[in-house]
Design a protein around this ligand. Structure first.
Ligand code: PBG
Length: 325
């Protein structure tokens, strides 16, 4: 047979495939989300996320050090207060002695500039009602009152040594408010990783266990409707105009189309968060022997990169970094 196009020529040998691969996966592109819980004296397993743990501050520092040595690009830290320390305003979130801010100070001292230290700047772990903001008298989430709390939280995290703040609450104007609040207190060098497109997803389920969330109801009045594409672009444009340094799409695997559009339009680096439910699905199927664990993990991460993410937050960051060197 002559004259036919033969794409298979470029797939014949591993060397040829390596030469023509369009997308790469490198440890520096991976960010490890980590949980630090108050009152622990060592790591505690999260049952819906086998292999992921809540940490004490000591075990967090050890695990962080190992991840940084493995070559990950950064760490995203979530705080889990004691249930009795939660209140309606999420007071502990902005308290320098709150669990997250204490952990950030320790990490900053111990791993410091060897990595990029990120903090979740959202109230849901700290509120007794579990919402990402404070509530108005009628029980709805009060956007503008929440912005004031985010500013206080952001300043406390910046003071504790975070390099990038993960604005994940999906309040209108949050990036602009946090930016102004940081600049006016001398934190102009602290960056904002803005969750531009964050969807109200069923795949967050295991995370709610991981942070001991007390949420009743759902987050559909502030997180985006999975049916919508255009509003992700609108959110992106707003976050860029308000001063986002990096933007995020979350979840990742069910939103690869959104990720591609955001990546094509963004003027700043783009990240995507492979969330708890994505982790749990692959983990559960692999445990049953239904899929090849390592193959599925690497393919999922590569797909998220191919869709346009410069940076991928994944609970496999440290493990994958070991595979990739
Ligand atoms: C909320 C927040 C969520 C996640 C991180 N921060 C989602 C939510 O509870 O609505 C999810 C992360 C994951 O599922 O891995 N601030």
């Amino acid at each position: 047979m002559t004259g036919i196009d033969r794409p298979r020529r470029l797939r014949r040998t591993p060397a040829m495939r390596r030469l023509v691969a369009e997308t790469s996966l490198e440890p520096r592109q991976l960010v490890l989300p980590m949980f630090v819980a108050d009152g622990l004296d060592g790591p505690r397993d999260i049952s819906s996320m086998p292999g992921v743990q809540q940490h004490s501050i000591d075990s967090l520092c050890k695990a962080a050090d190992a991840a940084v040595t493995a070559g990950v690009g950064g760490l995203m830290i979530f705080g889990v207060p004691k249930p009795e320390d939660k209140d309606a305003n999420g007071t502990q979130a902005s308290d320098p002695d709150g669990i997250l801010n204490r952990a950030l100070r320790r990490l900053s001292a111990e791993v410091g500039d060897a990595t990029v230290l990120m903090a979740d700047t959202c109230l849901d772990e700290f509120t007794d009602h579990g919402h990402c903001g404070v509530l108005a008298a009628d029980g709805s989430v009060d956007n503008d009152a929440t912005l004031d709390r985010y500013v206080e939280m952001a300043r406390a995290q910046a003071a504790a040594g975070a390099h990038l703040l993960g604005a994940s609450g999906m309040m209108d104007g949050q990036v602009g408010a946090i930016r102004l609040g940081l600049d006016s207190e001398g934190f102009a060098d602290t960056g904002i990783l803005a969750y531009a497109a964050k969807y109200a997803s069923a795949f967050y389920g295991p995370f709610r266990e991981a942070v001991g969330s007390s949420l009743q109801g759902d987050r559909r009045t502030y997180q985006q409707d999975p049916a919508n594409r255009r509003e992700a672009i609108r959110e992106l444009d707003l976050d860029l105009a308000e001063g986002a340094d990096i933007v995020m799409v979350k979840p990742a695997m069910s939103y690869l189309d959104i990720l591609r559009e955001v990546a094509d339009r963004s003027t700043v680096p783009v990240s995507a968060y492979q969330i708890s439910g994505e982790y749990a699905m692959i983990t559960a199927a692999a445990e049953r022997g239904w899929i090849d664990r390592r193959g599925a993990i690497l393919e999922s991460l590569l797909s998220i990169r191919r869709a346009g993410a410069d940076i991928v937050l994944t609970y496999w960051a440290a493990e994958a970094a070991h595979w990739l060197v």
